[in-house]
Design a protein around this ligand. Sequence first.
Ligand SMILES: [Zn+2]
Length: 394
Amino acid sequence: MLDPDYLEQAGDLVGAVYSEIEAEMVAYLVDAMLKGDVSEWRAQWALRSFSQWDAARLRAIVQRHKNDVSRAVLLEVEDAMRRSDEADLAAIKAALGVELPSITSQEVASVVRTVTEMLERDNVAMTMGATQAFYRESTWAVTQVGTGAMSTAEAMRRATRQLARQGIDVIQYKDPTTGDLTAKSKADVAVRRHVRSQLSQACATRSLQLCDESGCGFVEVSSHVGARPSHQDWEGQCYSLHGEVTVDGKTYADFWDATGYNGVSGDHAALGDRLCGVNCRHQFGPWAPGMPHAFHPRPRHPSGKSSEEVYKLTQRQRALERAVRDSKREYQAARKAYELQRTPESLRDAAKAKSLMQSRQQRLLDHISENSDVLTRDVQREWAGDMPKTRLGS
Ligand SMILES: [Zn+2]
């Protein structure tokens, strides 16, 4: 079992590398647009000419970060699987006096492979998203110039800043975590979510395997502040893995039925309602009647703030972090436009983008310090093209 705070951070390391990949892709597209002569362009021409060489160049950017991605995946998977395993093995020993061997390197490697394969699909989807962003903005710029709405220089400056601000979407025909068809989400957000849910599922599968091997018939489900209402119905309780059962006068509900874990039975089988479903931070681990409880239903936050307040503050932090990343890319695009064409207008744009970035960084810091009883800063989530070179301890 992984605790909810741990799962909240899971995927951040891989996500940070993808924020860098996204920033580089954006920088590349911005450069291609700024160096292209839009007055000569027609929308169709832009589409055709770009598609001949774009995919290869975009793939090369992903390729350059391959080692960083592999290292981040290995660190995250290894740490999560071993941590979860240690907690489960200790619980089994305490509950049943049974000692089982730890998870093997091969088993960890198999999870690493699964995560890597998923990221390879994300890479393809990201390349598609980047190509679409280029088409969208260059078509927009061509139209502005064509209709006389603005000068070529202004159209290009605006289009590239729009592209940089919006970043790159991952476009998928079937999102592996939400099951949505043609899902579109921001690249780093999608990657974080995918890694987190793969880790959650891999640990859950391993926990069930250990219960099976040790003959442990009960599990405890974790709980956290700010859980979704449908998850509050089943969080922080202990369940029987083999149908409802009464021990020493206490009745334990059936795990599968109560939590919807397998997605088949009970009132919580829907993907958003079930244990270990989309964006779920709950987990479960071996337990036995008589053992102490590590979790309780609907826990209170130490700050005394309500679940809803904590949830809102955290969501606000996430939104501000995203805004910081967006404005960093936007500033880079504006600076590039100024470097290529040093005019008063491009200088003004770059200065504006810089002050926007700084004010967003300040707003995020203020939000965190004003709510320091709940929030802590997570710099990894603020990187976009400015990740320190000493990243990942290499
Ligand atoms: Zn949950």
